[in-house]
Design a protein around this ligand. Structure first.
Ligand code: XMP
Length: 495
């Protein structure tokens, strides 16, 4: 009779042992769930659900804007790395947020006193491809709207906008909080092609255009979106003053979550940063990490974290455990933190050490709500950097944020690993530099990983990630591990 996965990990913990993913196998269970019917949706943080439980790592060789866009359009989320100046990070977040123009948050406006000819000239000078302009007064209050029909209806170019426009009283408009779905309903009901949004003072705060809304709503089934229909994105921002400065800039462009990240989060600096940010930006989720033990997770949650990154040293490029002699094998670390936060509503993201989809199945069954991936995504087209050929094989560069190279190149890396102020060349790296196989477009990688997760859910009879937590498991020996891998065959392609 096997033990439940939770009971097994608890028993090992009671005896002072900790297990890695590879020490474990889950026991198949009676199943009425076909893999294609399993629902793998997870959670990044308190208010950010994911339809796919994958998060891309906040690393300079993994997540910039294109990775974050790819992650969100596949149902996960990306964390823009911090090894760049704050302004550059702001631009990346903005790029992700503007990718789906479900809502135009700063529409181009005109004044009522100019002529239609002047509007035409403006369009030509600025290269605007649209003919719809909200008309505002000197306090940015909406007074009317001009559309392409008005240009046709008023052939005299000297006609003033104030005469040609549809006045405010006749305009169908929405509120700041109008969602794309509500906008679509309003526009369909009133047969209008644009929907300006105004606040209580009649100030213009956004504009929906029906063609954009139809496109966004039609294609976004599994996208990770905010209430306005924009892709969601997170950004890693470090701690204290640096974090506060970045947070202000990133909040101004609609960043959905801040990741307060250092190699050891159970410290005064991180707790204080989480606490301060949570109070300053109550509407933005704060994800904190990394930690790997129960008390650390609890203190971060008490400080206000809405999600916690668990993992100290399991990553493919990490040497923290070798250099500093600290760490907890990842399956047990995730277990400890999940148990510590049971019932709190704060999700755990298992960060690092995922080598196969089977590891993801184990992390989710232990209780993680998502996994953070570095090495598995670093070889994709959406990761930064060019392909390089090594012995004829296409590769991409991948290095640790605590590696010698990252410490030399990025102040954020020195800070993350507590090496600020130490002269160049004298840092103590906690990560390595290398390459991973080139893996083509991210879509194939995500499909492969997701296929594995669905398959695991089918074997466990789990319709949802919650259901996976009833799994039973065994600890395996080295012989069991060897038996589990391909053996006694010359492989056509070795990974
Ligand atoms: P994987 O296994 O997915 O791990 O490649 C990615 C995670 O590893 C962490 N990370 C590091 N840890 N030294 C470390 O000890 C490093 O240089 C380093 N760089 C990244 C990080 O949590 C990432 O998400």
């Amino acid at each position: 009779m096997s033990l439940s996965l939770q009971a097994l990990l608890q028993k090992r913990a009671d005896d002072g042992f900790a297990l890695a993913y590879s020490d474990l196998l889950l026991e198949p269970a009676h199943s009425a769930v076909m893999p294609r019917d399993a629902d793998p949706s997870g959670r990044f943080s308190r208010t950010i659900p994911l339809s796919v439980p994958f998060v891309s790592a906040a690393m300079s060789t993994v997540t910039t804007a294109s990775m974050a866009i790819a992650m969100a359009t596949h149902g996960g989320i990306g964390v823009i790395h911090p090894a760049m100046d704050p302004e550059e990070q702001r631009k990346m977040v903005r790029k992700v947020k503007l990718r789906l123009n479900g809502l135009i948050d700063t529409p181009v406006t005109i004044r009522a006193q100019i002529s239609l000819e002047e509007v035409r000239q403006l369009r030509e000078d600025k290269g605007y491809g649209f003919e719809t302009f909200p008309v505002v007064d000197d306090r940015d209050r909406l007074v009317g709207i001009i559309t392409s029909n008005d240009f046709k209806f008023w052939p005299d170019p000297s006609t003033l906008v104030s005469d040609a426009m549809t006045p405010y009283e006749k305009i169908v408009h929405g509120k700041r909080s109008t969602t794309p779905e509500e906008a679509r309903t309003l526009m369909r009901t009133h047969r209008v092609r644009v929907l300006p949004l105004v606040d209580d003072d009649r100030k213009l705060v956004g504009l929906y255009v029906s063609s954009d809304v139809e496109r966004v709503l039609g294609s976004r089934k599994n996208y990770t979106l905010d209430a306005q229909g924009h892709l969601r994105v997170a950004a890693s921002i470090g701690t204290l003053e640096d974090a506060y400065k970045r947070a202000e800039l990133l909040a101004s462009v609609g960043c959905d979550a801040f990741v307060v990240g250092t190699a050891h989060a159970d410290t005064q600096g991180v707790l204080e940063t989480v606490h301060t940010l949570k109070h300053t930006y109550p509407h933005i989720d704060i994800v904190a990490g990394n930690t790997s033990y129960d008390e650390g997770a609890k203190r971060l949650a008490q400080a206000g974290a809405d999600g916690i990154l668990v993992g100290q040293g399991p990553g493919s490029i990490c040497t923290t455990r070798i250099v500093a002699g600290i760490g907890i094998p990842q399956a047990s670390a995730v277990f400890e933190c999940v148990q510590a936060l049971k019932g709190s509503g704060v999700p755990i993201i298992a960060d690092g050490g995922i080598t196969t989809s089977g590891d993801i199945v184990k992390a989710l069954a232990i209780g993680a709500s998502a996994v953070m991936l570095g090495g598995l995504l670093a070889g994709t087209d959406e990761a930064p950097g060019e392909k390089v050929y090594v012995n004829g094989q296409p590769m991409k560069e991948y290095f640790g944020m605590g590696s010698g190279r990252a410490m030399r190149e990025h102040a954020a890396s020195r800070k993350r690993y507590g090496q600020q102020g130490i002269p160049s060349g004298k840092h103590t790296p906690e990560g390595v530099e290398g390459r991973v196989p080139y893996r083509g477009p991210i879509e194939s990688v995500i499909n492969e990983l997701l296929g594995g997760v669905r398959s695991g859910m089918g074997y466990l009879g789990a319709k949802t990630i919650e259901d996976m937590r009833a799994a039973h498991a065994v600890q395996i020996t080295q012989a069991g591990y060897v038996e589990s891998r391909p053996h006694n065959i010359y492989l056509d392609h070795s990974e």
